[in-house]
Each structure stands twice: as C-alpha cells, then as structure tokens.
Design a protein around this ligand. Structure first.
Ligand code: ADP
Ligand code: MG
Length: 422
C-alpha cells in the first residue's frame, strides 16, 4: 500500500467544492425551511462525493471525509437534516458493502449521541470556540474510525505507510473542518450584517419621517401656547384655574424641549454651518440664559476667563451643549450649590470642565449616561446628555465624566482648537 496523496487532496476538494458553491450561490438569507432542505441535499452530495474517492486501507475498508458534511448537517441544519444525511449515508454505504461498514455505523451512532449533548450550546459559542470544538470533534471521530476498525479487524498490520496515511487523514479532517466551519460562520456573519444594514436603512427612513412630524407639531403647539398665555392674563380666573394654566404652559414647554432635543439628534452633522466661535463667550451666554434658574435654585455659578478661545463650531449648538450640562449641574446640587466652570487652552485643544458639588453618580449610572431616555429625574427627558455627546462628537471633540457619589461631578469636554493663524 502506498500513501494516497491524490485521494487525500481530492477529498479536500470534494468536500469543500459543494459547500463553497452553496455559500456563494445563496447570498440572500433563505427561509429556515428552504435553507435546511438545501443544506441537507448539499451535505448528502458532499458525503457521496467524498465516498467516491476514499483512501483504501484494504478490501472493503476505507477512510474518507464523510464525517465533515455529516457533522455540518447536524450542527447547522438540526436533527432532522442530520438524521436525513445519516440515513442517506447508511444506504449508500450499504450499497458499497464491505467489512468497513460495521466500523462506519458504530462510529456514526456513537458520535451522533455526543453531538446531541453539545448541539444546543454550540449555537451560542463564539467563532473560536466553535472552530476549536469542531476540529477536536472531527479529529476524535477520525481517530475512532481508525481505532474501531483496528479493533474489529485484528488481522491488520500497522505499517509505516498506514501510520503516515492515518496521520495525514486526521490532519486533513481537522483542516477541512476548520475551513468549512470558518466559511459557514463568516458567511452567516455577512448575511447578518446585510440584514442589519437593511434594518437601519428602514429605521433611518422612519426616523426622518418622525423628525418631520415632530417639526410640524411644533407650529400648532406654539399657537396653543400663545393662546393659553393670553388666557392666563384674564382677570376672572380662580387660583385653581391659574394653577391649571400654569401646568399647561409648563408641560407644553417640556414637550417643546423634548422635540427640540429629538430634532437636534437627527440633524445631519455635515449640514451645519460651522464658523469660528469663541467658547468663552458661549459659556458666558449659557450662564446668562440660565441666570433666572440659578437664582431660583440659589446656586452659585463661577466662571472666570478673559481670553477668547476659538474653535470651529456653531454658536447655537454650543449653547445647547453648555446649557444642558450646566442645567444638569444645577439640578444635581442642593443647598450651598456651587458650579465651577474652567477653560484651558493648549496648542491643540480647548478643554472645558464643568464641576458641581451635587449628588454625584455611581458607576452604573455613569455607564448609562448618554443612553436615550435614561433619566433619574421625575420630569427628566434623558435626552440632554445624548444631545451633548452628539454635539461634541460632531465638533470632533471628546467628553468624559468623573463623579463621586455624594461629592459631585465633573464633565470635561475637549474640543480641537482653531489655529487663529491658519
Ligand atoms: P435629564 O436631565 O432629562 O434627566 P440628561 O441626559 O441630561 O437627562 O441626564 C441623564 C441623567 O444623568 C440624569 O437624570 C442624572 O441622573 C444624570 N446626571 C447628569 N448630569 C449629572 C450631574 N451633573 N450630577 C449628577 N447626575 C447627573
Ligand atoms: Mg438634563
């Protein structure tokens, strides 16, 4: 007996070819049923092809890569497909006949049992673990084919050529399994990505629609607000009615601010008309805007900076950013509330920090920051920080937060500085 290199190589081709063909042909996600049927047929064909060019050990006994398609049928097609391929194999193998049949059936049945134990868990494993398991499983199955064959037919002499052939066969099985699992998994990943893209595309359209609806709702809301404001000036209103009107106005403002935040999230960053803006001036403006709120809450806001610090940005959006952050600070502090804002300019960056001595946050809260609708406040929208993050990102900056429960919070924003000489 010689080492049968040609057959070893041919087998690799026979197993890989139908699977590669299948993966390239089915580029769109199939329905589960169709996919299973196709996979079953492909695996059955692959198995027959591999049976057609086996490595002969002696009369009626031969080894081949049949375990690979059989394994794929069980793992990726489920039990029905697996059993179909097994029955198909048994029939074909029975027709070929020979002593090796007993070995083949024994190993197949034993390993079907093992597959059942791992099949469910397999689906949730990461790629590496899947490949490792598959390679070990198929190598073991290949070794078993040889060992069982050896035990059943004790007349065999274990020559060097046979030993080399066996080793090649096991190595071949392991490599082909690795390739096949890798190909199938990366194909599935590609399909998944494709579906994700389609879904986001749809969401995008819905998002744009929602944005235009939100925008349109603003106009009637403005007129409602105006009329309610007029009503509130009426003289013959009871205190209770005045209270109701006050709540109406408050809630309308809240709705308006949610819509505003939402709209600024959907905004296309490339459409912004960026200009040279002075961050110092913007912070001062934001503090002014919030002055009535700070007085009401009795919070002291300190900011001292005389020199302008220029960045490339949009005044309105910077206002939105600073107002949101300072407002969060004001809402976090209680008695003796203090908010300190500093600004530092280096060659490359403008760094703004906003520190409050408020309630602070625990790690879990910090992790949730910036998620839509994450708010710990009764009347919070949980959109503020999300908008802030978006604005900072659009300006090419970064935002970080440091917080200690009970002591306070510091938000640090780093913008790329505008070189005034450029
Ligand atoms: P909202 O202010 O409407 O709740 P935000 O997105 O602005 O929404 O903030 C989300 C959450 O982050 C707040 O509810 C609060 O729990 C927490 N948070 C934000 N800023 C601070 C801060 N300076 N100190 C403590 N907690 C804060
Ligand atoms: Mg807020």
């Amino acid at each position: 007996m010689e080492i049968q290199y040609e057959n070893i190589l041919l087998q690799v081709l026979m197993v890989l070819f139908p699977i590669v063909l299948f993966l390239t042909m089915f580029n769109t996600p199939l329905t589960t049923r169709k996919k299973k049927v196709t996979l079953g047929i492909i695996c059955a064909i692959t198995m027959s092809l591999s049976l057609a060019v086996p490595i002969y050990i002696r009369e009626g006994i031969f080894i081949d890569l049949r375990m690979v398609p059989w394994y794929i049928a069980f793992m990726y097609g489920g039990n029905v497909v697996g059993i179909f391929v097994t029955i198909f194999f048994i029939i074909v193998r029975f027709c070929i006949g020979g002593l090796g049949m007993i070995t083949a059936f024994t190993v197949l049945i034993a390993f079907t049992g093992i597959i059942q134990i791992f099949r469910k868990a397999y689906m949730n494993w990461v790629l590496r673990k899947k490949i490792a398991f598959s390679v070990i499983f198929i190598s073991l199955a290949s070794v078993s084919l040889i060992v069982v064959g050896f035990i059943l037919f004790q007349g065999q002499v274990l020559s060097t050529t046979k030993l080399v052939t066996y080793s090649f066969f096991i190595l071949e099985s392991a490599i082909v399994t690795w390739l096949v699992v890798f190909l199938i998994e990366s194909h599935n990943e590609k399909l998944q990505l494709f579906q994700d893209i389609q879904r986001t595309e749809k969401l995008n359209v819905v998002g744009q629609l929602a944005a235009s609806v939100a925008h349109e709702i603003r106009n009637p809301m403005t007129s409602v607000r105006g009329f309610i404001q007029l009503l509130s000036n009426s003289k013959n209103l009871s205190d209770e009615e005045k209270q109701y009107i006050h709540i109406c106005l408050e809630e309308l403002d809240r709705a308006n601010s949610i819509i505003g935040d939402y709209l600024s999230l959907g905004r296309d960053p490339s459409s912004s008309d960026d200009d040279k803006v002075d961050v110092t001036l913007e912070i001062k403006r934001a503090i002014n805007t919030l002055s009535s709120y700070t007085n009401l809450k009795n919070v002291e806001v300190s900011f001292e900076q005389a020199n302008p610090a220029y960045i490339l940005g949009n005044s309105g959006r910077l206002q939105q950013l600073f107002v949101n952050l300072i407002k969060n600070g004001i809402e976090a502090v209680s008695d003796n509330g203090r908010i300190v804002i500093t600004i530092k300019q280096t060659d490359d960056d403008v760094v703004v920090s906003i520190t409050d001595n408020g309630v602070g946050m625990e790690q879990k809260q910090i992790d949730n920051l910036g998620l839509p609708f994450y708010s710990t406040k009764e009347k919070g929208t949980g959109l503020g920080l999300m908008v802030c993050l978006r604005i900072v990102k659009d300006l090419g900056g970064t935002m970080s937060v440091q917080s200690t429960e009970g002591l306070g919070t510091t938000f640090t924003i780093k913008f790329p500085a505008l070189n005034i000489f450029s």
